[in-house]
Ligand binder design. Sequence first.
Ligand code: PLP
Length: 557
Amino acid sequence: LGLDSWRKLGQGVVDFVADYYRYLHRTDTPVMSAAQPGFLRAVLPTAPPERGERLEAVLHDVRTHIIPGLSHWQSPRFFAYFPMNTRHVVASMLADILVSGFGVLAFQWLSSPACTELEQISLEWLAQLLDLPPCFRAAAPAAAAVLPGSASEAVLVALVAARARALEGRPPEDATRLVAYATDQTHSCLAKACLVTGVRHVRVLSTHAARQFAMEAAALEEAVRRDAAAGLLPCFVCATVGTTSSCAVDPVGEVAQVAARHGLWLNVDAAWAGAFAVLPDQRELYFGGLEGADSLDLNPHKGLLTGWECSALYVKDARWVKKALTPGVPEAYLQDKCGGTATSRGTDGSCAADSGGGGGGSGLAAGPAEGREEQQEEGKEDAAAGPGAGSSDGTSGSGSGSTAAAAGGPARLPAVPVDFKDLDVPLGHGRFRGLRLWFVLRLYGAEGLRRLMRHRLLLQDFLADMVLEDPRFELVLGAPPRFGLVCFRLRGSDAANAALLDSVNASGAAFMSHTTLAGRYVVRCAIGGTWTQGRHVEAAWRAVQRCATGVLQEAAG
Ligand code: PLP
């Protein structure tokens, strides 16, 4: 394929995606796919073609067969799970094109220096935006940060580090005595990480509506003491800020005190809610005590527009991660350092890389000049969440200098290259995630992201008010609307609520999901789509009300 043909095909695919987004904005586009299991097998050939086909033929099948089988996560009426954003025109998706085009990996600094250093820079910018404590910032000598693919991987890395620390100086068989602590609201990725790492004992502490489903530090203390007295090795506790079910917030400061008393590694999982820490009032309300944690994970791919897969893990003392993830006998090729040989590295493992400056233009210096066409078409309200506020081209400044100032001034990263293979499970360490995050941070800017998060909270309150106005519904006790999530119930049986959710999703008007809180079926409406505006929330709520009328009539016989 010649480069000119490739260029044309690529433009065709961008047009295809733009048409897809237009399709998502039609009010008659069902959000949840109505496909039945096996639908795709029934229409696609059972064997691959002998000869390569034309792109048009492939795209035709995508349009005809694949898209009807998608539940549309980027629809403005998607309210299920926690939304995963790919802001279409700027930021992540354009970065994704570059990422695929570059096709580089950053398992070690040498393998693609900019890839490694941009990840470090993006993580430090993000740390500034979230106002993370100094112990997690680049200037802290022992700290490290990394962009794993998912929160599940981040929690796994935190757990193996905790395991390494707990077993230091002990016989390997002590691993069978390790204990991890969580609550009945903690995401199952912790239980999975325990399975993978062989941590056999997992204590699941109960939560209660009266305490808004948060971990109770006293219960943790008691469980740890009991286990220690029984000869076990308490090792790890996972506190959550913004649980998946109801966005409950564990008291990080209190949990940190217990963890410190008993030598537990404290990981704070803020996979969804972490993005809200860009708002100073949310930071103060919900993220206190972070300095007492050993690690923190959050998902830019959920709340911060980077698109799947881009999680962030901040670790206070990265020695333990490196110890846990560095095999005893690394292959020779992985020992190459800056300058090409292992010996060019200093005794502290660093080498004199110049991380500042630029060094030579690429000759490709065309900035992204995004049109605002879609926003003009799809509603002016979107100004609340748009990138590059005040500029017509989607960029917020004239170059990286302005962004560096916006991201917190003069803090410099130490010129110590990191090898990300030592901080992550896969050797290849993902596809240039630092570039994707950096695009988002530059094109939105701190102010744009704060506006986006504020807008989500406004929509959340808008929905909660509508729920309260209809006497047939209730907000769920112990689960106040938070971080864009509204948990509500039809006053009635669990079966009625399940029928309501089925009916809403089958209507195609919106896609929501459910959870169980205090043993009761609860509908979750998670607001966080970057396209989602007040009119979409209102339309979804009207659909819920209509479906409730149907469910109640049916129940009445
Ligand atoms: N932790 C929390 C609080 C979550 O809500 C989720 C997913 O929604 C996860 C962890 C797992 O995230 P991931 O899919 O990135 O592994």
